[in-house]
Ligand binder design. Structure first.
Ligand SMILES: CCCCCCCCCCCCC/C=C/C(=O)SCCNC(=O)CCNC(=O)[C@H](O)C(C)(C)COP(=O)(O)OP(=O)(O)OC[C@H]1O[C@@H](n2cnc3c(N)ncnc32)[C@H](O)[C@@H]1OP(=O)(O)O
Length: 696
């Protein structure tokens, strides 16, 4: 059924006009809505039979904000005139300065421009679960609609952003009465733009703004939108609300064209595109419910998976090999739930309910009616093969057999294995669903649905060593190791990479993951990708010196409870030993590199491997790899993901840089065929492939 888009107005006998925004699914403020709002507000202000106005959204949602598709259009065309000029004549003149009172009836959500519309009203009545927010910063822009000219520090009813909270069933009637009361002088007629009662003295405001500027420099050095917010707030405080609104609209348009906005809007749509899987989500299949799932292995990953499943109301059978391990696994699940409760992310009774769905077992008796089995034991091929041999006879025919391996080829683990699920710990959001030639469309759909149920972002990928994320990023650590063996300071490498935008540099990341994991899978990668790997003895030497990473308090850094990791200068002797063994410093002297070169020598080989992932069809589309890099490796979303970023840097520049580096330092930097082709033909890396080569 065609979705109804538009703005309607109904006038009741009480003289209240109810103006309703309708643009499913989130009532986004697209052009027809903007022009419809203008027309209805003008009409309502002119009609003598209308005493007051209520603004609301259709379908239980007020508005999800300005239509982000317009941003995408502006980015694609470079035509900023696609952005409507409405801040003043609509929000200020027609709403704020309306002669008739305007009350927002907010249900579901009021986000971005949607909340700004509500703030332009003279009062706001909300239903209890309404989500109010200004998420524009996550898109690289600022609220361009006056939000910052209203002292938005008043969040929710507590600070006056919402004037009344009422049950949904009473929302419209309460809003109508409120609007009439304002019209009749029984309630104050408050124009947000003119209110300054919450703003302290100018000097106090300036002091707050100064501290906020320093904080923004520290926490968001690479994101202009955070600093712009402070500028427009200051404009409003110093020169008044109207100047502030004008400044907002001007700054908003500058930011819309910024690289940051282009990257963040790309990630917004890329993340939603991952749920579109050709011949799976477009063939009329319906996902089957996963009522009971068995998890084999109660270690860090197994207990994390069990936790995520329990939180989605799925019954879980957790199997271990002995009572001690089983007890430990159950305790880990309890600890995971307890930590969510202590962080206010889960109520105590929901934690209790989740735990009640968990059953610990030591044999397969409970596997007869499971809908899915997820194996999460150590990365030992023989053990995995043994487990799947044992269970494939016991589980029901419809049961999905999945492994949580982060590296091993699924076809090696078990020909009957239908599915690999890269279930990161219960807190990460990326869920790589790896499909083999044995995986049916139905199973993929079932798992995508399960992935969403456990609040993950499922990305369907093909079967290869390391799948999408680990495969793409295996050069990340190796590039760093090469630099250190070439004489570059390892702590500087970490600093440069964190300044680029990754949360942890390669060495601190290794400490966090534990160096044993890297060593366990090294040979598997060497067998698959050996011709383009840099083999460094540094990890082995580090572990031999008793430094396993954060897990035992020492790696490249020292980890003490309650304090930040401290670089461990005593590790430099281990580094020296590695440098002697590799002996790759030209003339025995450390190389001199700029920060930019450090980023390039670490991330360009990652881009190069990402090109091979695209070329082999390990992902459906390049933007899926962007999402996987952001969610799976914390690649900065404000750079758009690994491929989007590479396209902004330029395939040709990357290709030429890698070619020069490979002439100096060997095959680790050798440009891939895909990169060379695209660079030579002036094509973007993200352009779809002509060939239908796929690993799915
Ligand atoms: C008085 C008139 C004013 C007019 C305004 C004019 C403007 C001039 C410019 C000045 C603008 C002022 C500044 C304001 C800027 C903004 O408002 S920027 C946008 C701010 N809003 C957001 O960032 C919200 C983004 N969306 C979400 O967070 C989530 O989608 C949701 C709303 C919380 C819903 O989540 P969920 O239920 O999980 O659904 P999703 O899958 O995420 O989304 C469903 C589909 O809806 C699409 N969609 C969502 N939000 C928007 C949006 N704002 N614009 C366009 N489309 C949106 C989403 O892409 C999904 O689409 P499909 O994948 O095709 O299903």
């Amino acid at each position: 059924m065609a979705k109804k888009i538009g703005v309607t107005m109904e006038v009741g006998n009480d003289g209240v006009a109810v103006i309703t925004i309708s643009n499913p699914p989130v009532n986004s403020l697209a052009s027809p809505i903007i022009s419809g709002l203008k027309e209805k507000f003008q009409d309502a202000n002119q009609r003598s039979d209308i005493k007051a106005i209520v603004l609301t959204g259709n379908g239980g949602r007020f508005s999800g904000g300005f239509d982000i598709n317009v941003f995408q259009q502006v980015h694609k065309t470079g035509d900023i005139s696609l952005m409507p000029e409405v801040s003043i004549d609509l929000v200020c003149n027609l709403m704020e300065d309306s002669r008739k009172p305007l009350v927002a009836a907010v249900e579901g959500l009021a986000l971005g421009g949607g909340l700004e519309l509500a703030m332009a009203c003279h009062a706001r009545v909300a239903a209890p679960k309404a989500q109010l927010g200004l998420p524009e910063l996550t898109l690289g822009v600022i609220p361009g609609f006056g939000a910052f000219q209203v002292d938005i520090v008043r969040g929710g009813q507590k600070f006056g952003l919402v004037d009344a909270l009422v049950p949904s069933g009473e929302l419209l009637s309460t809003s109508r009465k409120w609007a009439l009361d304002i019209a009749l002088g029984r309630k104050p007629f408050l124009r947000s733009l003119h209110r300054t009662d919450k703003i302290g003295s100018l000097s106090e405001a300036r002091a707050i703004l100064k501290d906020t500027r320093q904080l923004a420099k520290k926490i968001a050095p690479n994101m202009p939108q955070h600093h712009a917010c402070i500028d427009v707030i200051e404009e409003g405080i110093v020169h008044g609300g109207y100047s502030g609104v004008l400044k907002e609209a001007e700054v908003f348009k500058q930011l819309v064209m910024s690289d940051t906005a282009k990257a963040l809007v790309h990630v917004f749509f890329a993340q939603r595109a991952t749920s579109k899987v050709p011949n799976v989500t477009d063939v009329g299949l319906k996902p089957r419910p996963m009522k009971k799932v068995a998890v084999i292995g109660g270690g860090l990953m197994g207990s994390g998976i069990a936790t995520a499943l329990l939180l989605s109301n799925t019954r879980v059978v957790l199997k271990e090999i002995n009572p001690d391990y089983l007890q430990k696994g159950i305790k880990s699940v309890e600890a995971n739930l307890k930590s969510l409760v202590s962080r206010g992310k889960l109520t105590q009774d929901k934690a209790g309910k989740a735990l009640s769905l968990l059953k610990g077992v030591l044999d397969y008796a409970e596997f007869k009616d499971v809908d899915m089995v997820i194996e999460a034991v150590i990365e030992n091929i023989q053990l995995k093969q043994k487990i799947f041999k044992e269970i494939e006879e016991i589980c029901p025919p419809h049961c999905i057999l999945a492994s949580n391996t982060s590296t091993i080829d699924l076809n090696v683990i078990g020909e009957k294995l239908t599915q690999k699920i890269a279930f990161p710990a219960h807190i990460m959001t990326l869920l790589e669903i790896v499909r083999t030639e044995n995986t049916s469309a139905q199973v993929i759909l079932d798992l995508m649905s399960l992935g969403k149920a456990i609040k993950k972002v499922p990305v369907v990928v093909g079967n290869c060593i390391g799948f999408a994320v680990n495969r793409t990023f295996f050069p990340y650590t190796q590039g760093a190791h090469m630099l250190v063996n070439l004489g570059v300071d390892l702590f500087r490498v970490d600093r440069v990479i964190t300044s680029f935008g990754l949360p942890l540099g390669p060495f601190q990341l290794g400490d966090l993951a534990g160096h044993g994991i890297g060593m366990a899978v090294k040979e598997i990668y060497a067998k698959a990708y050996g011709n383009r790997m840099f083999r460094s003895p540094l990890t082995e030497l580090l572990v031999k010196s008793g430094r396993n990473g954060k897990i035992n308090g020492r790696g490249y850094y020292i980890y003490e409870k309650g304090s930040k990791p401290k670089p461990d200068s005593s590790v430099l002797s281990v580094v020296e030993e590695s440098r002697k063994l590799t002996n790759i410093m030209p003339g025995g002297k450390p190389i001199s590199v700029t920060d930019k070169e450090i980023v390039e020598m670490i991330l360009f080989p990652v881009v190069n491997e990402a090109c091979r992932v695209l070329d082999e069809g390990v992902v459906i589309r390049a933007s899926d790899l962007d999402v996987a890099s952001v969610l799976g490796m914390s690649f900065p979303s404000y750079r758009g993901g690994i491929i989007f970023w590479a396209d902004t840097v330029g395939p040709k520049y990357i290709y030429e840089k890698l070619k020069r580096l490979s002439e100096t330092y060997g095959g680790f930097f050798k440009p891939s065929r895909y990169l060379e082709e695209r660079a030579m033909n002036g094509m973007r890396l993200s352009e779809p492939k002509a060939s239908s080569r796929s690993r799915m």
